[in-house]
Design a binder for this molecule. Structure first.
Ligand code: DGL
Length: 279
């Protein structure tokens, strides 16, 4: 760990926007005495439709912003950033970096009985092949992947049980159903919010893997094993930063976290990145 960083330092977590709240929520549940610094890159979202180079640049800048807050670890809540930029982040920064891909893929491998696994995510996640790379190490597994880009705006519009969401869900998920997958990885920050609809379409025999839960378990285990858990005996706090304060921020925060966030700091990530690069 770097200068002035110790086991009581906060955990940094970033996402392209507020979708990462699904991961934050699980982290706070499982690690109540930790402090968190959350950064949502709302000015530059979505990441899921962008190229690898752009996602890499944004991920490096988001991580550097978190490091300026002396975090002891970085959690990449965004599937699009995790699937494209984990290697680069680990190469560039010395704090532990944990993403959402491998905890979810490993859990799917452990849970699938038939060995037929589905993966859904943004275009950036699916095209990166990051989930495939892990799953295909086991030659017995059969994998089907599908990008479901419309799920993100549907969640942000709060259309969690809407007939349109069900129709789009059927359209996206029918190939996975026909493939007879017994396990489905919800490979995007927003998809766990749609669990009821996805479960209804896929049927009760299909196990849904929630990256938020798997990642929070992995973070907890890592902190424990490496003597990095906070020694605080009181409840930790979360500080929220965004690169733009969108009009619908509070509605979306309510959908994801179930609470109203009182204090959010808006930062100019491009200014910050320019300044810190010159130093
Ligand atoms: N956070 C992104 C992900 O998990 C979804 C939203 C976006 O495309 O930026 O892939």
């Amino acid at each position: 760990l770097g200068h002035g960083v110790n086991r009581n330092s906060p955990i940094g977590i970033f996402d392209s926007g507020v979708g990462g709240f699904t991961v934050l929520k699980r982290l706070v549940e499982m690690l109540p005495s930790e402090n968190f610094i959350y950064f949502g890159d709302t000015a530059r979202l979505p990441y899921g439709s962008k190229s690898k180079d752009t996602i890499n640049l944004f991920a490096l800048e988001a991580a550097r912003f978190l490091l300026s807050h002396k975090v002891k670890m970085i959690v990449v809540a965004c599937n699009s950033a995790s699937s494209n930029s984990m290697g680069l982040l680990r190469k560039n920064y010395s704090v532990p970096v944990i993403g959402v891909i491998s905890p979810s893929a490993i859990s799917a491998i452990e849970c699938s009985i038939s060995g037929r696994i589905g993966v859904i995510g943004t275009y950036a996640t699916i095209q990166s092949g990051a989930y495939l790379k892990i799953l295909e190490k086991d030659k017995k597994l059969r994998i089907i992947q599908r990008a479901c880009p419309l799920f993100v705006p549907l969640v942000e519009e709060g259309m969690l049980q809407h007939k349109v969401t069900k129709l789009i869900g059927q359209e996206y998920l029918s190939p996975i159903k026909n493939f007879d997958a017994d396990t489905l990885i919800l490979g995007c920050t927003h998809y766990p919010i749609l669990k009821p609809v996805i479960q209804e379409i896929m049927g009760n025999n299909v196990l849904l893997i929630d990256p938020a839960i798997e990642t929070a378990k992995t973070v907890k285990e890592y902190l424990g094993k490496n003597s990095l858990s906070s020694e605080r005996t009181t409840k930790g706090k979360v500080s929220y930063f965004v690169s733009d304060y969108p009009r619908n921020f509070n509605n979306i925060a309510k959908i994801f976290l179930g609470i109203t966030i009182r204090t959010v700091t808006t930062i100019n990530i491009e200014e910050f990145s320019k300044k810190t690069k010159e130093q």
